[in-house]
Write a protein that binds this ligand. Sequence first.
Ligand SMILES: *Cc1c(COP(=O)(O)O)cnc(C)c1O
Ligand SMILES: [Zn+2]
Length: 408
Amino acid sequence: MGKVARLVCMKCGAEYQPGRFITCPECGLEGILDVEFDYEEARRSLEKSPLDTRQELSMFRYLEILPLDDLPQDMLKVGWTPLYRFDRLSKTTDQPDLYLKDDTVNPSGSLKDRASAIGIAMAVAEGRSAIACASTGNAASSLAVLSASPGLSCYIFVPENIPAAKLYQIGACATRVFRVKGTYEDAFDVATDAIARWKWFNRNCAINPYLVEGKKTCSLEIYEQLGYKVPDWLVVSVGDGCIISGQYKAFKELRDLGEISRIPRLLGVQAEGASPIVDAFNSSTEVVPARAKTIADSIRVGKPRNWRKALRALRESQGAAIKVSDEEIVESMILLGHESGVFAEPAGAAGFAGFLKARKEGIIKRDECVVVIVTGSGLKDPTSLEGSIEVIDIATSENIEQYLSSNG
Ligand SMILES: *Cc1c(COP(=O)(O)O)cnc(C)c1O
Ligand SMILES: [Zn+2]
């Protein structure tokens, strides 16, 4: 971690030497830390090895602004996911300059792999033998999937209502799965206790400041894949607020490094039934924890841990925040499926639903360049489409004829 210069508390502003704490010792769990690098050093490294000359086709292209000294060994390939622009989708949405960043194709099927990869690489570098986290599913399945090849023991805490596909993916790859009676918040609290007690490496993203650094690689890739350009809008679904904070940090650092002169506006999207960050942003208040209810389980977060960083990202990017209904999320899953073949889980399609709504409300303009991050795969929770897709039951091809004659 030679390049990490300091950790800064998001709450009280205190500065610390790297590596000593997970959260601010003065502020406790409220004191989420922000990682700052030696940007002079990083700038020199970029001059020596410009981005467009790099060979590494993974998230580890950007080692000088990641909390790692070397490329991790024995890791599945994370990042350098496709950035798509489809004529058809642009026509349907009447948004000529519309891009999808497809993070569903990461090893475990979600953007969370970018954070887990950092956690695992750091745990291995520190000589730890076990890593743990609490999660509504994706952070856990990602940790389980990626810790297998380097042979790290992996302890997972999930809430009761975790979708079956995620539970089985975790079960197949993790050392142990603990299903905690109650919600994500309950699982988080139990995990925090257990991690402290058995001294496991903590992969809880909202708490461990180094993991957001992995998430920022998504936007570093977007910048490169757009041909070293900055989009007008970057659209992100929001739960705890780590992904959106990471994207903001990526562009802020590119600006600090002299690569770009402006950062994109961030559009933060939450579900109507779980919208504490959107509500706080739109009413200029602090976050008020509330009960969370939405089909989008990966953003079903009533008490977001990283709300300070998320609100800063929205404010400092002159961004906007919007809520979408579960119906709008499901419609977006089907629209994305039909028009692009990118199959998103509800939280993965929520960003797209937010884009459609922001466009309709005039927040996003037709001539603007928009990148929507698709954060997770539909295979994670396919039953969310129950009752929403059309299945034609037949026994023989005769039935098709009957169907066609009555439906045209
Ligand atoms: C975790 C997750 C999110 C939200 O990310 P936060 O960092 O919690 O805001 C969105 N989509 C998917 C698929 C996720 O797994
Ligand atoms: Zn503090």
